[in-house]
Write a protein that binds this ligand. Structure first.
Ligand code: ADP
Ligand code: MG
Length: 478
């Protein structure tokens, strides 16, 4: 008897697994726990209201089909939603990876190769003959936590991630050479580049991997000119097996450094050594680069990274919390992922500030605290029209405090402000009725629909009302 519901749900999961992306499966199905099976009703427990609505919105047909298959046509599904009551903030429950690591805490701006050059010049009087160079141990400058395990896969990074993985399995031997990763800032280029380097070191401990930031490379070059040991500089780089050069756009306009890099590039490429390059633009848009260098960049594969979608953002935040051994309520994680659409770094920044705020002020981490934080954060980072932004404009217009919209109050002016916020959210955002309801006082989609109808009716019948709706609308669109 006890086993039955577990079994039923497991059977459902095996069908579901074949029908959704693995990322979706991890995000939306793995956290579900089956609870009971009574009168042909299977009850499953989900972590939050938001979770339930997301399932209903995106996976309802699939769920229906699998339930029917398992329990017959009168089988039903019931959700039990966990209501988080007492939040124990900052209570570590498990740490997956060592959080401190010698390499990870090293200052990456250390003049690593120059130290090494000093070593080599001492051993080798003639810089053109470099026997024994291979024996030198190169500090890779890789950050251990930027691993593949910690890099969440999504539609946004699938090509780049799998190309990176292929490169790490077979460095220098695939057609992805160089592998050029590009994206706007904060979307994971540096992380992915490190992940490839770390994976190569795992797979091939004898290979020499080096991660270098372009600015560091430029400074080292300038230094080598000053010390008149450019050859050592070039030779050092030519003995690397996997060279990762981050933010190559900084080479723009630096002709001499580009020239030197060109020679290093050719040497490595000819010897089937792997190059991994990151850039904030695709090669065609890189200005101030020598054409011959640009054409080299196009030899291999250029793969871009996009802003992750909501579920991937949630998964990224969860991964980070898990890695740091911190627990915060699911609804807050969802709220952060939902609200920050600029880039992953901003989102992680908001999470860190939130955790800091809560531990400094000894407040528990709630949606309210997150909202206050995001007001500060997102104001100058995004101009996208969000539900929050609309609520703020509507409340400012009526001189109401924004948190009133999310209370249960039935006071007329609040009800009206809430209805307007719902109406404008439907008009200006791509959010579903359910999502809008969730963010406007935790209402269901029927309430939102009703609000939209009420506002539309009033616009048609009441001239005053129509005027202020127009004014608010202007403010929302600037
Ligand atoms: P970029 O180099 O493109 O500016 P970073 O690699 O520095 O971006 O990424 C910014 C932050 O976002 C890092 O802390 C990184 O770990 C995190 N991040 C970005 N994408 C992902 C992802 N897919 N999974 C996990 N963390 C990510
Ligand atoms: Mg970077």
């Amino acid at each position: 008897m006890i086993k039955k519901y577990v079994e039923v749900w497991e059977n459902c999961l095996s069908v579901i697994k074949d029908n959704v992306h693995s990322q979706s499966f991890k995000t939306w199905f793995e956290p579900i726990t089956p609870i009971k099976l009574e009168n042909n009703v299977l009850t499953i427990q989900v972590p939050s209201q938001f979770f339930y609505e997301w399932l209903e919105e995106h996976f309802i047909n699939l769920l229906k089909k699998t339930i029917k298959k398992e329990l017959g046509s009168d089988g039903r599904l019931e959700y039990s939603i966990i209501v988080d009551s007492s939040y124990e903030t900052n209570s570590p429950y498990s740490v997956l990876y060592p959080t401190s690591n010698v390499r990870a805490t090293r200052n990456p701006m250390m003049s690593m190769p120059l130290d090494l050059n000093r070593g080599t010049t001492k051993d080798i009087p003639n810089p053109f003959i470099i026997p024994g160079l291979k024996k030198i141990k190169v500090e890779s400058q890789l950050v251990e936590s930027y691993s593949f395990d910690n890099f969440v896969e999504g539609e946004c990074n699938r090509l780049a991630r799998s190309a990176g993985y292929a490169v790490a399995e077979n460095p220098g031997k695939t057609s992805f050479n160089p592998l050029l990763l590009y994206s706007a800032t904060g979307l994971g280029k540096t992380h992915l580049a490190h992940a490839i380097g770390l994976q190569v070191k795992n797979n091939f401990p004898d290979k020499t991997v080096l991660y270098v930031q372009t600015e560091q490379f430029i400074n080292q070059y300038i230094e080598s000119v000053r010390n008149n040991n450019q050859n050592d500089f070039v030779h050092f780089y030519q003995m690397i097996d996997v060279l990762i050069i981050d933010d190559v756009q900084f080479l723009a306009g630096k002709e001499k450094t580009q020239d030197t890099f060109f020679h290093i590039f050719n040497h490595l490429h000819q010897n089937s050594k792997q190059l991994i390059i990151t850039s904030d633009k695709p090669p065609v848009e890189l200005k101030g680069m020598e054409p011959r260098l640009l054409s080299r960049f196009k030899w291999g594969l250029s793969a871009d990274l996009q802003m992750p979608d909501l579920e991937t953002r949630i998964a990224i935040l969860k991964r980070k919390l898990y890695k740091d051994g911190i627990e915060i309520p699911q609804e807050v994680v969802e709220y952060l992922a939902y609200s920050i659409t600029t880039n992953v770094r901003e989102m992680e920044g908001a999470l860190i500030s939130l955790i800091a705020q809560s531990s400094l002020n000894k407040k528990s981490i709630t949606i309210e605290l997150a909202r206050q934080m995001i007001d500060k954060f997102v104001k100058n980072t995004t101009h996208e029209i969000s539900i929050d932004f609309i609520q703020k404009i509507v409340c400012d217009y009526f001189g109401l405090p924004i948190d009133q919209i999310n209370t249960k109050t039935r006071r007329r002016e609040i009800v009206q402000a809430r209805q307007l916020a719902m109406y404008f959210s439907k008009k200006h955002t791509k959010s579903s009725l359910a999502t809008i309801g969730l963010h406007c006082g935790n209402k269901d989609h029927a309430t939102v629909l009703h609000a939209c109808k009420t506002v539309t009716n009033l616009i048609e019948t009441d001239k005053n009302f129509r005027n202020f709706v127009n004014e608010i609308n202007k403010k929302i669109q600037h």
